[in-house]
Design a protein. Structure first.
Lengths: 357, 267
């Protein structure tokens, strides 16, 4: 179990100081596939480097198995890293790369040999064990980097955008493989990505980061269904933001009858309501839903779905996603007036941003 | 036509100038090498192919002595210079900036800042005193003098090599439980080795053909190959000198070519 306690990192001093991490608090459980997700520059790599020991925290604590590890140098932390550019040693063979960590620890040669063979089998690279690492394809380098980091049996494996250099097809394969490896070894993975699909499909839990802060830490499902704030809602998946007014336990969206929404009791005044495009129903009425009128402004075809952009009476836009199945009814046309239904179940009241800083 | 990019080669006359430059640079050297293999003693009159001047040179004790001195000085000075240059290159490419970093550049650029003849005279005056005081007149003084001006030449390829190296490799080694020393031995050193070797060879060649500093620093009776050649030239212009020059040339070319091949090799 790794506890990150109000961890802060500031680069530089005085006026030029840059706060890369601001009081990050999170506990990562044993055997968890934990993902750090966020836009470029939000501090993902910085957090990883702090855990690996390449950087020293400005404030806060890192507690691994009830022990503060902040003072332990990187070469004595039971944590290994898969680097974004793999950082394989070009002058060593595949097997020598994989054995490097064990040899640096002065483990007996027989143990090193056995462990290297085991790791190479695990990543299916046994047949290339004597190849120079500079003579491997991207996907093969990726596997070797993984085997090299796993060989010394770290307590935690850190992966900094390990798949971003691969092409789409290979990336999908490696996602599956990584997940399999993680489940087989039962190891704790801390995985960095800025690809939300990758994060959603692979992770047990995701920490969404922005500006050096954790915005929300939750399971993929919760992040998607109950985003903690506007940033998370906008960053994960597509979404519609609708402005409304909370009063007396219900929310009124412009021009519509008041609707009882979860969480509305505690609120009054202007609020933001969230609805995912796939929950908006067009063309047929559904029970327990708000009905809005709009005009089809644009139709965007994307293979399995069509994105319908509606202009509502009040000038707001609403995007709906309709499936392109054979029995999806009459086709919509640009400029047509339609009724859209927003199921009450699917409406989420965003928490008051001001109260959360 | 629009897609034909500008190239200096397409300017009129450029290939002509290149050819003339090439001829001017290499013709004298070529003539020297050819006449080193001349059977006759007179320069300018070809009397057939022979290795007699090479044999004569190799049997000449004075030449052998000068050659031995040159090889010792170039090897040891090359090693010392390479060691200093390696440390300087590591200090200037690894780790944070530090106090006195400017000092390193002052050391490295000394041969550019100080004219060689000034250095030679200064060394002669200083060493004359020290030689008298210590009573030591061996090759050590030449080695020290050569080491100093060889450092920058050794430094250049080493620094280039270190700068081309990925710093995350060293981070990765540390991540994999390697100590600083183990990281240096298993990662940094093997990766920088071709640069170090190239640096040594460059320093070796620079030392091998130095005349000015050697002339002023050497003790009486001591000769290196270039100073021996200078002395012989003043006495008589024999084909043996051509042969000796050719040998020096072959040695230099061999070392430079080897160093070029080493640096060209990918990491
Ligand atoms: N050594 C450093 N000195 C100064 N600023 C730094 C340093 N390292 C990182 N930063 C700054 O800290 C911020 C966070 O950097 P970090 O590398 O953690 O971002 P990231 O989330 O990994 O981004 P990316 O997705 O682009 O890799 C950036 O604005 C970066 O400029
Ligand atoms: Mg990063």
């Amino acid at each position: 179990m790794l506890e990150v306690q109000s961890l802060s990192k500031t680069f530089g001093i005085g006026a030029s100081a840059y706060h890369a991490l601001r009081a990050v608090d999170v506990t990562i459980a044993e055997g968890e596939f934990f993902t750090l997700l966020g836009p470029s520059g939000c501090g993902k790599t910085t957090l990883l480097r702090l855990i690996a020991g390449f950087e020293q925290p400005t404030a806060g604590r890192l507690v691994l198995d009830e022990r503060d590890i902040a003072a332990i140098p990187p070469n004595r932390r039971p944590v290994n890293t898969v680097f974004q550019n793999y950082a394989l040693f070009p002058h060593l063979s595949v097997a020598q790369n994989v054995g490097f960590g064990l040899e640096a620890q002065r483990r007996p040669a027989t143990e090193v040999k056995a462990r290297v063979a085991e790791m190479l089998d695990l990543v299916q690279m046994g047949h290339l064990r004597d190849r120079r690492s500079s003579e491997l394809s991207g996907g093969q380098q990726q596997r070797v980097a993984l085997a090299r980091a796993l060989a010394p049996k770290p307590r935690i494996l850190l992966l900094d955008e390990p798949l971003s250099a691969l092409d789409l097809k290979l990336r999908k394969d490696m996602q599956t493989e990584l997940k399999r490896l993680q489940q087989e070894t039962g190891l704790t993975f801390i995985f960095v990505t800025h690809d939300q699909d990758e994060a959603l499909t692979m992770s047990d839990r995701i920490a969404v980061m922005e500006g050096g802060r954790l915005q929300q830490v939750a399971t993929p499902r919760t992040l998607y269904d109950d985003p903690a704030n506007r940033f998370v809602a906008g960053f994960i998946g597509d979404t519609n933001f609708l402005q409304g007014e909370a009063r007396g336990g219900s929310v009124t969206l412009a021009g519509l009858p008041p609707a009882p929404l979860a969480g509305a009791n505690a609120r009054s005044g202007p609020v933001t309501v969230l609805v995912r495009p796939e929950h908006v129903v067009i063309g047929h009425s559904v029970p327990q839903a708000l009905q809005v009128e709009g005009r089809v402004e644009r139709l965007v075809f994307s293979g399995t779905d069509t994105h319908v952009h509606l202009r509502l009476g009040q000038g707001e836009t609403l995007v709906a996603r309709t499936q392109n199945s054979l029995h999806s009814g009459t086709a919509l046309e640009q400029g047509a007036a339609v009724n859209a239904f927003l199921p009450l179940e699917a409406l989420r009241l965003l928490p008051d941003e001001a109260a959360h800083g | 036509m629009a897609d034909r990019r500008f190239s200096v080669r397409h300017l009129p006359g450029v290939s002509g100038i290149a050819l003339i430059t090439f001829v001017v640079l290499y013709t004298p050297v070529l003539i020297l090498v050819i006449y080193a293999f001349n059977a006759g003693p007179v320069i300018g009159r070809w009397e057939g192919f022979s290795l007699r001047w090479f044999t004569a040179a190799l049997e000449n004790a004075a030449f052998r002595n000068a050659a031995r001195n040159s090889l010792i000085v170039a090897s040891v000075a090359g090693l010392v210079a390479t060691l200093c240059a390696t440390l300087a290159a590591l200090a200037t490419t690894r780790g944070r900036r530090f106090r006195g970093e400017g000092g390193i550049y002052l050391v490295l650029n000394q041969p550019l800042l100080v004219p060689e003849i000034v250095l030679a005279v200064a060394l002669m005056i200083l060493l004359a005193q020290i030689k008298q005081a210590t009573g030591y007149h061996g090759l050590g003084w030449l080695i020290i003098a050569h080491s100093t001006f060889c450092i920058p030449f050794a430094y250049m390829p080493i620094r280039a090599r270190l700068e081309g190296m990925d710093l995350t490799l060293e981070t990765a080694a540390m991540d994999l439980y390697a100590s600083r020393f183990y990281t240096f031995r298993r990662v940094t050193l093997p990766l920088m080795a071709p640069g170090v070797l190239a640096g040594f060879m460059l320093a070796f060649v620079i030392s091998l053909d130095n005349v000015v500093v050697s002339t002023f620093v050497k003790s009486p009776g001591q000769e290196t190959l270039p100073t021996y050649l200078m002395g012989e030239l003043r006495r008589n212009l024999s084909s043996e000198i051509y042969a000796i020059s050719a040998l020096l040339l072959f040695a230099s070319v061999a070392v430079v070519a080897a160093s070029w091949l080493i640096t060209r090799r990918k990491p």
